[in-house]
Design a protein around this ligand. Sequence first.
Ligand SMILES: NC(=O)c1ccc[n+]([C@@H]2O[C@H](COP(=O)([O-])OP(=O)(O)OC[C@H]3O[C@@H](n4cnc5c(N)ncnc54)[C@H](OP(=O)(O)O)[C@@H]3O)[C@@H](O)[C@H]2O)c1
Length: 318
Amino acid sequence: MAKGDAVRAAVVQASGELDLIDVPEPTPGPGQVLVEVDAIGAGYVDVMLRRGEYRGIPGPGSVPGAEVVGRVQAAGPGARGDLVGQRVLAVPGFGGYAEQVVVDVGRVLPVAQDADASHAVALGVNALVAEIALQRAGTSAGERVLVRGAGGGIGVLTTQIAHARGAEVTAVTSSPARGERLRELGAARIVDRTTAVPDQTYDVVVDTVAGPDTGRYLGLLRDNGRYVLCGAAGGAPAEDVLPTLIRRFHKSPTLLALSLNSVTPAELSRSWQEITALWKRGLLSPVVHRQLTLGEAGHALELLERGAPFGKVVLLPR
Ligand SMILES: NC(=O)c1ccc[n+]([C@@H]2O[C@H](COP(=O)([O-])OP(=O)(O)OC[C@H]3O[C@@H](n4cnc5c(N)ncnc54)[C@H](OP(=O)(O)O)[C@@H]3O)[C@@H](O)[C@H]2O)c1
């Protein structure tokens, strides 16, 4: 793409629709690189951005897209010039629904030259959240781990990574068909949340759902259990969270919140190395629910809003 060209981006309109429009080619600022995008990961966080529920960013006028895989085209002042030409996973937080994106070098991670871009982005943010959640919870082999929203983008990878590390995984999901697929990915037990509730206690709960049942799941922790809240696909956590924590004081529960926005470049890099090592060893399978074009980004968000995807929806800019 020649310098000065316009690039296409999916921009949130006042109506909430996403329109594919021409925007000026972005220029990398100090400490930033410009990435030519090959594949974009769509996630529930983009739904929240469209609704204007994301960190105070107004929906209209914004471009969703927390993660892309592509090639570094240019480096801004003071940014690592050696990255130019490299394939990377870039994690800008938003702005990724575009043919090109600028991102801070600390949010850029290496991707193998021969890796499939859709597969790499299907790991992307979701694998980072899963890996960091399990690490920060100090998850050990043999421990019982419960995953809420197990069929979603983050849940599918939390299930696989926890299983690969020797944990016994219970996957909470919404249908027998999803349960079957989660079993194939390493879940030892399935709880269909539409018909049942978990009847065990857990060392670790990784929760991407939150919502009205948060207190109930917090109550499933064993002595010294750890609860990692890393998403809210089911709405804000219920108000009984703190009372539940205090009522169970004698069990020494830990409640952790995790947002990738606050993770340091060093922890991101360390975690991505762990993820790519598991991937190379065949212990991690990227799960792509569907590939759509960038022009179909609105449809991707509708699927996510309905909780329909199993794994990751990927958008292709070309
Ligand atoms: N911590 C971070 O840095 C970070 C980064 C990215 C995203 N997130 C957040 O993490 C959450 C999940 O993201 P994602 O991309 O994995 O979403 P996703 O692919 O849409 O998956 C969410 C899953 O949660 C379950 N679910 C949805 N609504 C539910 C409800 N009302 N009650 C119970 N379960 C429900 C469904 O799984 P089942 O059908 O299998 O139950 C759904 O597939 C979002 O809130 C997102 O904003 C956090």
